[in-house]
Design a protein around this ligand. Structure first.
Ligand code: BTN
Length: 275
């Protein structure tokens, strides 16, 4: 079982020896006993048996080797209202916080739009965010982060995945890593809150006066690449990822020349030979 001590900036940390899905668990506890949870909480395990991924996929991980972290976030505790259309930024904050934590360990990771973490072109971590209704109105958000930590090559769940063990050549202590990621995310959350939830206001965080949007632009390796975007209805668009809109949508110049911004979709980075 994970060992997590007190983590700065978190209202509550719950470690589970095993659970189906930490995101589902967060939804249940909020429904049953909302009074037990503050503004920024973590439910964590190293053994998730029915992990869920984006777009109704499953998220697989062998027992005891990976981190499954669900941050149960309740913006209703904030004095400034976070409008519903701003909730998606919290997934981006988690991705940036994770990239920062990895950077401090000497691991260079980039973001693949919207919130995947890559090492080179291989996926190290994914994030699934879900809105949860609050009894007294408004919404909480669960930001579920799955990080491949101590997986050997033969244990990778899918082709195109990697792990910290494979990237660094050494195993990592899961509890310490979870604590580092959680305090980094909490610091990002508080800084974004202090910035009035404005993605264009500099975040008072690490001495860099860069806004959330600027940080995303500089760390998203999708930008400037040829990509295929698979849209929810089954259609797909191929083109060049030109940038992010002020709302965080991906701006794509399709091969037809049309430029459009997309909020959701499953993105594939194309290698030059595929373009
Ligand atoms: C993706 O498809 O890339 C997102 C994967 C998200 C997995 C994490 S693991 C912790 C949390 N609990 C879940 O059931 N899913 C998320």
């Amino acid at each position: 079982m994970l060992e997590l001590g007190q983590i700065e900036g978190l209202d509550r940390v719950l470690v589970l020896p095993q659970v189906g899905s930490t995101n589902d668990y967060a939804s249940q506890v909020l429904d049953q006993r909302p009074e037990d949870w503050g503004a920024f909480n973590l439910i964590a395990t190293d053994t998730q048996t029915r992990g869920r991924g984006r777009l109704d996929r499953i998220w697989l991980a062998p027992a005891g080797k990976n981190l499954a972290l669900s941050f149960l976030i309740r913006p209703l505790f904030s004095t400034q209202t976070l409008p519903l259309e701003g909730y998606h930024w919290l997934g981006s904050l988690a991705a940036l916080a994770l990239a920062d934590s990895l950077g401090r360990m000497g691991v260079a990771a980039s973001l693949k739009w919207p919130n995947d973490l890559l090492i080179g072109q291989k996926k190290l971590a994914g994030i699934l965010t879900q809105l949860l209704p609050e009894k007294e109105g408004g919404y909480a958000l669960v930001v579920g982060l799955g990080l491949n930590v101590n997986l050997e090559a033969a244990e990778l769940p899918v082709e195109g995945a990697t792990s910290l063990l494979l990237a660094t050549g050494r195993p990592h202590e899961l509890g310490a890593l979870a604590g580092e990621i959680a305090s980094s995310f909490a610091a990002y959350y508080r800084a974004f809150e202090a910035a009035g939830w404005n993605p264009q206001t500099p975040l008072d965080l690490d001495g860099r006066q860069a806004s959330l949007l600027e940080r995303l632009e500089s760390q998203t390796s999708t930008l400037g690449r040829r990509v295929t975007l698979h849209l929810p209805g089954g259609q797909q668009v191929q083109g060049v990822a030109e940038g992010l809109t002020p709302g965080g949508e991906l701006e794509l110049r399709a091969d037809s020349g049309e430029i459009r911004a997309y909020r959701v979709g499953d993105l594939v980075h194309l290698r030059p030979a595929e373009s």
